[in-house]
Design a binder for this molecule. Sequence first.
Ligand SMILES: Cc1cc2nc3c(=O)[nH]c(=O)nc-3n(C[C@H](O)[C@H](O)[C@H](O)COP(=O)(O)OP(=O)(O)OC[C@H]3O[C@@H](n4cnc5c(N)ncnc54)[C@H](O)[C@@H]3O)c2cc1C
Length: 511
Amino acid sequence: MVQHSIKSETEPNETPVRHVHIAILGTGFAGLGMAIQLKRRGYTDFVVLEKAAEGGGTWRDNTYPGCACDVPSHLYSFSFALNPQWSHMYSPQSEINAYLRECTERFGVRPYIQWNTELQNASWNEDEQRWHITTSQGRLTSDLLILGNGPLSEPSLPAIAGIEQFAGTLFHSARWRHDYNLTGKRVAVIGTGASAIQFVPRIQPKVGSITLFQRTPPWILPRQDHPIAGWQQLLFRFLPPTQRLVRTWIYWLRELSALGLVHRSPMIENAVKIAQEHREQQIPDPLLRAKLTPKYAMGCKRILLSDDFYPALSQPNVEVVTNHIREVRAHSIVTEDGEEREIDTIICGTGFHVTDAHLPQSIYGRGGQSLGDAWSAGAHAYKGATVAGFPNLFLLIGPNTGLGHTSMVFMIEAQVAYILDCLRTMEKRRLQAVEIRAEREEAYNAEIQQRMQGTVWASGCASWYLDARGRNTTIWPGFTFDFRRRTSHFDAEQYMLVPVEAVSEDKRKRA
Ligand SMILES: Cc1cc2nc3c(=O)[nH]c(=O)nc-3n(C[C@H](O)[C@H](O)[C@H](O)COP(=O)(O)OP(=O)(O)OC[C@H]3O[C@@H](n4cnc5c(N)ncnc54)[C@H](O)[C@@H]3O)c2cc1C
């Protein structure tokens, strides 16, 4: 094993700069999962940079009423840390957040986390063959940089004329204002995505009114959430293989649904029928039902699960508006048909900066090119993990690893395994740096885009899966077991390899 000790170098201004073998960004499922696996394999020379004061990522930030996972908890958790105590099939945010904290303690990674430390920029130093990282708490260098900054961690606010003049209270669902009392308020909700369908039913009984501004109705299937019985929790605790069995069963059921999305098999028609019946049963008013009936192929946008969204929209204090918003005024919202509605509060359920996140602009690879520039024609990576021109940089949930049908934790674990195997290879072959060959990355992405063509995601709807050019750079167009197979070993032959000997201490000192 190549030894990497933490050592302090001295910058010209005499500030000591800490060096670590591996720097990880983020403490969500991705960064935490990576840190745990490093620790379990005996690595100690790493640091986890986290801009917040606590861990949990998505599950720390999204505290809106009703927030819960929409993949069953038995599957939406680490494979190496099943939790027999999930209270529900789809557990609430507070439990998932507590689970992530519990994992942080249980696997002993807390001492490696540097809280309140935002990565501001990182540059690859060609002479030293290592990353120079600037954070809000100072600088450091690392041999490897692993980004687990999260695909859904930068809330996106709608660009609507006049919105900055709004004199009431405005917030994003991922930054819920718990200090603000919604009782009796005239609330406008913008968006009908995965978050809005969870919080609207929770706030509807207490607000004065809700005006829900809908651009596109989502496809919604019954959720059928239920508490997990005490005897089941006991069974899972004392006979863990039973929970593993349930998890495996859920996994394969979910993979089966990929047939409908990826291969557009007729089984999707079954789901369409269930969704239709769900609407008919839950929305008595035909006019409202018509507004809430999607006109695009099911699965093109994320399929949502809910048993209480439609009933909430049928309440007398809720209005669903499909006219586009023309402008926001100090105390009202005006739609394109000229109608003005008095509003006290705007809640934006408008999603996240996914294909236009800001961090890539601050990661500089070989020759000083930023990842943002490298991605100017659309994000791309080899196996969602490595990018030509960016040696020793690894992305967790990078381009084309997102899913429409199952747990992202599965993809995260597959990528973590790939990086671990890369580390093993680097040690065995005494490598200082690895960089995916540009032509291999291009060929891989051409194949991904080719495979995308036949899928439901290419069926013509607008969605956050697509970038500004209409290219789908977010979704993995296949079965997840195929992704796991592809990432099961580090394929060094696809990479340019720099031996440890190529970088002398002399070069480092001169740099
Ligand atoms: C409301 C909601 C519900 C979801 N439900 C599901 C579900 O049911 N099933 C599913 O598979 N997926 C779901 N997802 C997707 C979810 O984001 C992923 O499953 C997963 O949690 C992502 O983990 P992550 O670690 O990659 O990112 P995150 O959890 O977003 O963590 C990223 C971390 O990086 C930190 N960070 C970011 N930038 C910096 C920086 N510059 N410096 C330092 N730290 C930084 C952040 O503070 C954060 O802690 C949901 C997402 C949302 C928003």
